[in-house]
Write a protein that binds this ligand. Structure first.
Ligand SMILES: [Cu+2]
Length: 310
């Protein structure tokens, strides 16, 4: 994500905001230029010179005061009207619609639930292009803020107070999102990606996520599955087809399909996954995933299990 993401919108929702930003920037730029020219003019024209007279002194002028009050009021009124229009364009009423997604902010990762199909994932949100989805936003702990600059407005995730926001992507691609409200030590690694796909590809992804992985056959993965249940992983994670059904940590059923680990802290590869299991804090220093002091053999088995669903 770069600062320019905001100026490079990929949905009508984000485009409305980008246009307002550009319009206000132009208005403010013109005012800045006018003031700068007048200041330079005054400095040059009325500077002290040998023999120069004091310029004419104006002590109070109703006409001037009215002018410099009226112009800002007028400008602010224009900006206000633009802003109200953009508020409607960027966050259309959601009253008549039930949400498509439930997104929950956690310290420091995002839980994503597809309410219509039942898919659960984390830190990676897939969207069919050209379709507007309604997100219900919640927080499990502190205030977070959900923001994908190229696709829509941002919204605080406030504990106990759900919010609603629309998201839409008009072209396939991967769009970066982030938590935009300081929420503790690892706030900076609370990123996520929106993968926008043609509807057929999205449907295939959704079907694949719904698949309940069979018990793996190869010995290391099977041993990993046993460890997974024995080593209390089940107390915090969800893994379809096992007893693990908690949401303290990310859903791990189809972890192997995901691009990033730990809220974008590292790419998801066999070696980063093993490093995460060995010592989560070596990747994300204050993460709430405990270090289980696993042996290298245990790490390899757990990793084989988590990778076996690919
Ligand atoms: Cu956060």
């Amino acid at each position: 994500m770069t600062a320019l993401d905001t100026l490079n919108p990929m949905s009508p929702l984000a485009a409305a905001i980008a246009k307002l930003f550009a319009a206000v920037l132009v208005i403010l730029g013109l005012i800045f230029a006018l003031v700068a020219v007048l200041v330079v003019f005054a400095i040059v024209r009325y500077r002290e010179r040998p023999g120069a007279q004091l310029p004419r002194q104006i002590l109070g002028s109703d006409r001037l005061e009215i002018v410099w009050t009226a112009i800002p009021i007028l400008l602010l009124a224009v900006i206000f009207v633009f802003t109200v229009k953009v508020m409607h364009a960027a966050s259309p009423s959601a009253a008549s619609r039930s949400p498509d997604l439930l997104v929950v902010g956690h310290q420091w990762w995002w839980e994503v639930n597809y309410l219509k199909s039942g898919v659960v994932t984390a830190n990676e949100l897939h969207l069919p292009i050209g379709q507007r989805v309604l997100i219900r936003l919640e927080s499990a702990d502190v205030i977070h803020d959900f923001w994908v600059p190229r696709l829509g407005r941002k919204l605080d995730a406030i504990p106990g107070h759900p919010g609603y926001l629309w998201l839409e992507a008009d072209a396939p691609g991967v769009y970066l999102g982030a938590c935009a409200e300081f929420c503790g030590a690892e706030h900076a690694w609370m990123r996520f990606e929106v993968v926008a796909q043609p509807p057929a590809q999205f449907a295939a992804w959704e079907q694949a996520q719904l698949a309940v992985p069979p018990v793996p056959r190869p010995a290391p993965a099977l041993a990993g599955r046993k460890l997974f249940v024995a080593r209390t992983c089940v107390n915090c994670h969800r893994f379809a087809g096992t007893s693990a059904d908690r949401h303290v940590g990310p859903d791990l059923t189809h972890l192997a399909d995901r691009r990033m680990l730990a809220g974008g802290a590292v790419a998801n590869t066999p070696s980063t996954l093993a490093q995460w299991l060995k010592d989560p804090n070596s990747i994300k220093p204050d993460s709430h995933m405990p270090n289980f002091q696993l042996s290298d053999a245990e790490v390899a088995e757990l990793a084989a299990y988590l990778e076996s669903t690919k």
